[in-house]
Unconditional design. Structure first.
Lengths: 360, 360, 360, 360
């Protein structure tokens, strides 16, 4: 059941990092949407390995092939099937971990759940699966753009190096964050982050961080009152990304220390439009968008694949020492930015479509 | 679509705070479970208004009536329908807010979404809906208890008053937290929290805080690899509770500042059982439970209903001043503890049942 | 999972025939629909027991109480919870069948599936559950009527007494079929059917028959290409009604004996509207409505509760003789007419709403 | 939403007849199932075009490629993605129908629904999509075979040529029906059917018929009481197959003419096993399997693609004459046999897995 996301605009993914291909099926995309293939590829390129010296040196082109649902450049309303071939998988890198449970990986839990596992590259638990989310997210972005809904994520912190979140101007922030390899819009902080990642990489270690996400132009009315609150679905979307440990929106954890009289966002009318003077609500009230900017923050742990000696156990439950090899990311944050945007896009478009049947 | 939670063990709720009753339907509960009605009622009592001087003075008995699915004291495997009558709703308290959008409430967003709203007591957005979750959660707890899965939540902070989270002994923590009206297991901090809430209440103001939740006894293998990661479903469950602004599990936001070499949980075998030396993973790896303790933290904002003058707008978009009246909670944390436990129970039992079809 | 029907306009039902009440939750009803309570009750009255001398003599008022989702006479867009109290259940009638598996009832299969059963009145397998479908169907009809979608079912045959299906004029057919207690629009045949049912009843026996259903005014475009073809969902809807053994639409089983050259419905334009010269397609092509009249036929077996001696087995698997008592229908067809209409309404409205997100 | 089938064992398909490939994703297949690739291919071969002189002369190898979910010959519990390349699609055959609505095809309804269509070969409405169902059904059969659940379909009638349905011996029936190209187990009737199809083909016409399906070895307890009755899901499964117009199970439409006293299936115990003396119930009572043989019948209309002149309209709504060309089946029945079996397998396995969580 857990391989699909969304109720109307729905993505189902399949694939392991070391099979022939990964892929997905997108259902519920409205017909007649122009599909800009180069935009989709450019989104994949933002996620792809090997894009800079602070990501894994593994290189994969991540070329998507669409198999259905698009005809003469437009969506047909039928399911969009696509695959991304696995071109650069070195399965032999993994033969030494076949019988070993790497610390803080999914090796042990998969084996406990399924009784066997595809040990090559983490199998289904590999973050490679998220490339499919980027494809679907890119298509969702194309639809959302028609309604001027604009989503931007950027790296807010790496380890202890953190900028205070900026919320506008979204275009300037986009430009600034894509100008450096760590995708942080604060140039000075970006330098420090890159330097920290390089240090960490040298030691074969990894480091975590936070991604901040802004959504502008969301109309009022998206989200549902009870279980499918807009922020609950955004939260689930983010927590479903590999290595994510936390999610907060609006005032978030800091809001727990506030008084209601400070936290309440006072409504007022400005040029005929309803706005709020502050936005601790993060653009969502009672689970439903109120037309203000939506913003949230996502916590990523340091990835588990480190290149130093570690103690662990093997399938016979014996204590052993391992030293993992391969080509891995010292910090996933820069490559996770487009994934955060993609998952946010899926949630937004799904709720946008769901909302079409609400009011008579 | 958004009125149901769960895929196999599924709760659907209905009801506004000021109709005849709220209620729900529980599907997928296995047959032959002994239904301990007094336990279910005791869980409702932990959530009910008017239980202490730091909660709302509104009194509702919150008596649940089961209409189906239980026969001669046991579940029959068919849907369990139940209602909780609304006995103490004073609708006239709300006539003055009929045409007003209260700051940081759902008034404005509901009206934008649906074109009309039941303005009495917040209608469907009222936290009264969560009583139904407590009923379903109590039944889930009865099933989970058979497998020694044990869930405890407690108040970790109110405003700036915070204890450092304790993770064992779960029974002592339970005893200690239920001994005071704020449900914090640290007696000293509990006193300070109560005193803070009383101060805030006196001013007609409100305050937020954090709830910490522990789950012991979860077998390995619960959760799914990709979108329905166990922590993603826990996160959505928590974020769907009124006033929640954030969720983190395991190392959470603090984990973003760690190195992989610090964060990795080393496996070892202890008396034939696989354990991890540390538990930054929070009992979940690759989205699947690894048999260690699951723990997470939930951020609650200060509730929006304050009893002081506030600026806002009305339906004609005119600026006005309002002073909300009624009987409200200065701090929802104490009453939210059983809701957090209930939602965690729903997630755990649903994944427990889902996992039954996984391995051949 | 199997207690809900529909994807956007969704009904979930609960309740056994001998608990306090049966009931349901309707999700996805658009807001702002005027709820005509007397119409809903009149639909329930068409289904209620004791309405004529050819139905069961059991009398139940079947009064529906709405608990939520309706405010000041209009739907609010939130779930509509409702209950129908069980007022005239004589549980003692069933004590003698507690340990017996009645032939062709669900006694044996429920006990095999769940390990126990509510033996009073068939428990969840009682056709009483369909009253909830009639409530939801009535609300769906109110919405569909705004779009001039009009649904009529009538009794086409009882045992060997059959009229050839008439497809228009729908208003005349409605009037004629509601004029007699068997709900057959052919007055002469109606008399024969009533006489047959009376004979059968005298012997404590039962008899089956066919219901024919017409749907006018369906716009083009409802239904989905592959699994959720409009007729597949109508078929499932009908086959989910108690005692139904078959479903055919358009040319149906007779169509298997035709040639393509006879069966193809030729398109033509008439006053600017696309129509087909014949309608063997039954208004649905490739699973999607083509704007022509939809029609189908539903087969009901004779109900299993007969009042004569029967051989069977008990829980100890011993052969025994039973003589069932109680108040039962000699023929369910007249009371099944509103159920067929209700289920058709649920399918149509669900697909109507689903279709709103299809085209850009 | 309508591109998936099943709730736990779930197939999602994608693809048009003239894109690069069709394909699907199978979720919920238990781990550790041995995947017999040659069996899967042999099932596809039973469906493939060009297999005999009474099917279309179009030849496609229909070679399935699995992309994920299988590792070292076993299922891993993760989604099984697969594609079937479209190797022999002559798109130019369809250029003349680009702007034409062929009678009784999906051309008009697709265009009305989506505002555009992939006109090559019917696009998504092509029966080519069913090849994906055969792949998933074959995997389901492999799982069901472990539990001795055995499914057989055969051609019971073509046009007016009909055999009376035989229900055993299932192995002899299988052998007999696979011995001739029309897949009818009655050799004499098979000859007549083949001769009829050849006549029809010569005239460029088509003919319909019925497929009969038997399922042996189903344990008690599969199916759910209300909406997801086992026969309701089988009915939907069958009605979702291209060209199907009707479904009946057990006594079916004939049962409408019976009395309850004739129709009731008397239980008895035979060598310690509960059986019924007759089986008008078709192995399903109250929507749940009772351990007896399940059987049903499926009506197929004559396919709409005929090679003679026909009147119709074009996109401008002008009346025109068309003569369709291409390579088409004069009768789909022989190739539909494995599709009926596949869809039955999907339903059975899904309910088998669903039932695993029912009883405590």
């Amino acid at each position: 059941m857990g391989n699909s996301f969304g109720k109307i605009f729905k993505l189902t993914t399949f694939g392991e990092s070391h099979g022939d291909a990964i892929g997905g099926v997108i259902e519920g995309c409205p017909s007649n949407v122009n599909v800009d293939l180069s935009f989709i590829q450019s989104e994949l390129d933002r996620r792809k390995p090997g894009q800079s010296r602070i990501t894994t040196s593994r290189k994969e082109d991540d070329q998507v092939t669409f198999l259905s649902g698009i005809f003469e450049g437009k969506t047909t309303g039928t399911p969009i099937g696509f695959i991304i071939p696995n071109t650069n998988s070195r399965s032999k890198d993994y033969s030494n971990i076949k019988d070993v449970y790497r610390p803080s990986h999914a090796d042990y839990t998969y084996e406990e759940k399924y009784g066997l596992r595809d040990y090559r590259g983490g199998g289904r638990s590999s973050a490679r699966e998220t490339a499919c989310r980027v494809v679907a997210g890119a298509i969702a972005k194309l639809v959302l753009a028609k309604y001027n809904i604009d989503i931007l994520a950027y790296v807010q912190s790496v380890g202890d190096v953190a900028m205070s979140p900026k919320k506008h101007d979204i275009n300037l922030l986009r430009k600034a964050s894509e100008e450096n390899m760590v995708r942080c819009p604060n140039a000075e902080m970006a330098k420090k982050m890159i330097s920290l990642i390089e240090q960490v990489k040298k030691k074969g270690d990894t480091v975590g961080g936070r991604i901040f996400c802004l959504i502008n132009g969301v109309p009022t009315g998206l989200g549902e009152p009870v279980f499918d609150k807009l922020h609950a679905d955004l939260g689930k979307a983010m927590l479903s990304i590999n290595a994510v440990k936390g999610f907060e929106y609006g005032s978030g954890f800091d809001g727990t220390r506030m008084k209601g009289s400070e936290h309440n966002d006072v409504f007022e009318t400005k040029s005929g439009k309803v706005i709020t003077q502050t936005n601790y609500s993060g653009g969502i009230q009672g689970g439903i968008s109120n037309g203000q900017q939506i913003y949230f923050s996502v916590a990523f742990k340091p990835v588990a694949t480190i290149l130093t000696d570690q103690n662990t156990i093997d399938k016979s439950k014996d204590n052993i020492k391992i030293k993992v090899q391969g080509r891995h990311d010292p910090c996933v944050l820069p490559r996770a930015v487009p994934i955060v945007e993609a998952m946010a896009s899926l949630v937004l478009l799904d709720h946008f479509l769901r909302n079409k049947t609400t009011k008579w």
